[in-house]
Design a protein around this ligand. Structure first.
Ligand SMILES: C[S@@+](CC[C@H](N)C(=O)[O-])C[C@H]1O[C@@H](n2cnc3c(N)ncnc32)[C@H](O)[C@@H]1O
Length: 315
């Protein structure tokens, strides 16, 4: 497959793909009112990653408010905004960022539709609290008339063969043959070192996560925007489903990687984890690492040798 769409550096409604190298506020100011159908982003979390300066929470929220205000202006009347965030951590105490951002979104009149829990298995191991294994995606719409293409994102039913056992439909299949609503708890692997999509960016989100949002909340030909673009994941998900994609990124190296990945996507060579791929289960694939070494016979014998070491130490 070869896609002839090109990457532009400044926003023009007539373009298809825009990667702006610089500050998102400057970029957003050039986008016309109500021209964007979907905004998906994972902003800096203010936890001291290499690309962010740690700010006091109040200053961080002020910066976020300025960006959110511009996003709301750009968003179409039927549009959606999805803010993917985790926790702000201060001296071991956590503040869920979606809760402190909520008053800002409500002040702009946005309506919350879902607070999606994105669950994953890998991350830092904590010793003074339970290890964090989820983040959230808060979905807001500008009005009550919004796009939600549920059929495009249905997932397989647990019991597709189940039938009504009484009433007028008795004997007929009770479930939707297109699949079920994916719900608001999404189990999608995060992009850690073994993930096929991993780049040198410390916290990219997976393409499949954005694909579900793009399919559900926009239509073919719509604009999808990410003000904190990172290595281009949102644009990749957008162009894969024939939407237009735009974003801004401050760090030149990430801009370069975003452009490379977008070019690979256009050429059909970007490797990503497919949306419908089940979660890897090491137990069912009998991965040898799932056998505790202390239950392994040979290893037990080797341990025994160590126990007996006195017998071969020369006196
Ligand atoms: C959490 S990361 C987003 C990663 C992205 N979702 C991906 O999959 O690659 C936040 C990104 O925002 C960028 N950033 C921070 N402040 C910015 C600003 N004012 N304008 C544009 N980008 C900014 C950071 O450099 C970082 O790459």
């Amino acid at each position: 497959m070869f896609d002839t769409r090109k990457i532009s550096e400044n926003f023009l409604i007539s373009e298809d793909i825009v990667v702006y190298s610089g500050d998102c506020l400057e970029f957003l100011k050039k986008i016309p009112n109500q021209s964007i159908q979907l905004i998906v982003t994972s902003p800096p979390y203010n936890i001291g990653k290499e690309y962010e300066t740690r700010l006091k929470l109040e200053s961080y929220l002020k910066q976020q408010e300025a960006v959110i205000s511009e996003c709301v202006r750009c968003l179409s009347l039927h549009g959606s905004l999805c803010w993917q965030v985790g926790n702000y951590v201060a001296k071991g105490s956590i503040i869920p960022l979606d809760s402190v951002l909520y008053p800002i979104f409500s002040k702009f009149g946005l309506k919350m539709r879902n607070r999606i829990i994105w669950h994953f298995e890998h991350g830092l191991h904590c010793s003074r609290r339970f290890s964090g294994r989820y983040e959230t995606i808060v979905w807001y719409t500008k009005s009550d008339e919004y796009i939600f293409n549920l059929d495009s994102v249905r997932v397989p039913q647990k019991y597709p063969g189940k039938k009504y056992f009484k009433g007028p439909n008795a004997g007929k299949y009770s479930c939707n043959p297109l699949g079920k609503n994916p719900g608001d708890l999404w189990n999608i692997p995060n992009v850690k070192s073994n993930h096929i999509e991993k780049t040198e960016h410390p916290c990219q989100f997976p393409v499949e996560l954005v694909e579900r949002l793009v399919l559900a909340m926009s239509n073919t030909g719509d604009w999808v925007l990410d003000p904190f673009l990172g290595v281009g994941t949102t644009i990749i998900a957008a162009i894969r489903h024939n939407r237009k994609g735009a974003g801004a990124e401050l760090v030149p190296r990430y801009v370069e990687l975003a452009k490379q990945r977008i070019q690979q996507e256009l050429a059909g060579t970007l490797r990503t984890r497919p949306m419908d791929k089940p979660i890897y289960d090491p137990e069912s694939t009998k991965n040898s690492l799932t056998i505790p070494p202390w239950e392994n016979e040979i290893f037990a014998k080797q341990l025994k040798l160590l126990d007996d070491k006195k017998s071969y130490i020369k006196k």
